[in-house]
Design a protein around this ligand. Structure first.
Ligand SMILES: *Cc1c(COP(=O)(O)O)cnc(C)c1O
Length: 398
């Protein structure tokens, strides 16, 4: 039994569990009872792998980044999740969940989205499967993320504004929960990261684990060994990191390194550095580490990257932090932007600003010339061009 996988009670160490209103219990319980059986069925596996290959474009390459390696004096490999259909790792999970939803006999899908990336990945697989899709999104986010709103609509999804509270991600989450409570029979709720009540973190982690499974065989082919010396990934909720870490969790010789968004600085009051600032508490249905006031109110996070702008982390990452299995780094907006511009020029790959945080670890840790460092390139930066350009106008060319 792995010390880092979920236990039979839905916990990772002291984190995890399912803290849900009684009204949601039947939905979550149905999922918990059936998810492992369904995803291990041969017909599920066959359909999932066929679509990962022919629709998503897997396996994604493991690319030896020659110029970056020379620059840092170590062997840097990039796992190219940016080449997945829709431009990021998120579709691995939405595809797995919609196949599961079909087998649970659901006809409708709901999701919540902040920046719109998970909404687009969900709308995409709903179109693929011909299923009705409603995406809840805060009205403020709808205003500032118009291209993704238009993508979702073009894909046939209904985007429903959440008009309560701060009209952002947490309000969209509340509306989605409310919807699910009112439509438990025919609807599945696709959560977009390794967060939420058990079994979501484990389920999402399993769907994303294809990333590290491929890294192992690709490294074997290129380097004659399955295990890298270090794996680097950014953490918002933590799904791309969990996917990249998954098959290395029980190999302590593989260093696991996670980059959290420090915003304007860890102690600036405008940050999303959850493990640096947070305390244990309950967020979105699980016990985890979250940023909170002394009386337990969730603190508004800040990051230049929408995908890392989250006040918590998945319970598995809280455990990886607490146990010391993973090392956490705190990367400011400025450091991430600098890394994003650098990688674009050195490798010809414009990374998502989320991913740029992971690259910044290379500036904080010195690796040896023979060490193999794998960076999970979680997504491409096309969606971030406006932010990159605005930053350059304000700060000059980097
Ligand atoms: C959403 C997103 C993230 C953050 O989500 P995780 O669940 O932490 O992976 C990171 N990178 C990209 C490109 C994203 O779209």
């Amino acid at each position: 039994m792995s010390a880092f996988q979920v236990n039979q009670h839905g916990y990772y160490g002291q984190f995890g569990g399912a803290f849900i209103p009684e009204m949601l219990y039947p939905n979550v319980e149905e999922l918990r009872e059936r998810y492992l059986d369904i995803i291990s069925e041969p017909s599920f596996q066959a359909e999932f792998w066929q679509l990962l290959r022919d629709y998503v474009g897997r396996p994604t390459p493991l690319y030896f980044a020659k110029r970056l390696s020379e620059q840092y004096g170590t062997k840097v490999y990039l796992k190219r999740e940016d080449l997945c259909h829709t431009g990021a790792h998120k579709v691995n999970n939405t595809l797995g969940q919609i196949l599961l939803a079909k087998r649970l006999g659901k006809q409708k899908i709901i999701a919540e989205t902040g920046a719109g990336q998970h909404g687009v990945a969900t709308a995409t697989v709903c179109a693929l499967m011909g299923m009705e899709c409603i995406v809840y999104m805060g009205s403020v986010d709808i205003e500032r993320q118009q291209p993704n709103v238009q993508r979702m609509r073009m894909l046939g999804a209904e985007v429903r504004p959440a008009t309560s509270g701060s009209q952002t991600l947490k309000d969209a989450t509340n509306e989605a929960m409310r919807h699910w409570i009112n439509h438990p029979e025919d609807t599945h709720y696709i959560i977009g990261s390794v967060v939420g009540p058990h079994p979501y973190p484990d389920m999402v982690g399993r769907f994303q684990s294809v990333i590290s499974q491929e890294i192992k065989s690709q490294l074997m082919e290129k380097e004659g060994r399955e295990l890298p010396d270090a794996v680097l990934a950014c953490v918002g909720g933590g799904s791309n990191a969990m996917g990249a870490f998954y098959h290395f969790l029980d190999h302590p010789e593989v260093k696991l390194m996670a980059a959290e968004a420090a915003g304007l600085g860890v102690n600036s009051g405008k940050s999303a550095a959850t493990t640096a600032l947070g305390k244990p508490g309950i967020l979105h249905g699980s016990r985890t580490i979250l940023m909170q006031t002394p009386d337990g109110q969730v603190v508004e996070p800040h990051s230049i990257s929408a995908g890392l702008d989250y006040p918590g982390i998945g319970p598995v990452h809280a455990h990886l932090f607490d146990s010391g299995r993973a090392t956490f780094f705190y990367v400011t907006d400025d450091e991430a932007m600098e890394a994003g511009f650098m990688v674009s020029k050195v490798e010809g790959i414009i990374p998502a600003i989320e991913t740029a945080h992971a690259f910044s670890i290379l500036d904080k840790v010195k690796f040896g010339p023979e060490e193999i460092v794998v960076i999970n390139l979680s997504g491409r930066g096309d969606k971030d061009l406006n932010t990159y350009m605005k930053y350059q106008q304000e700060h000059g060319v980097i």
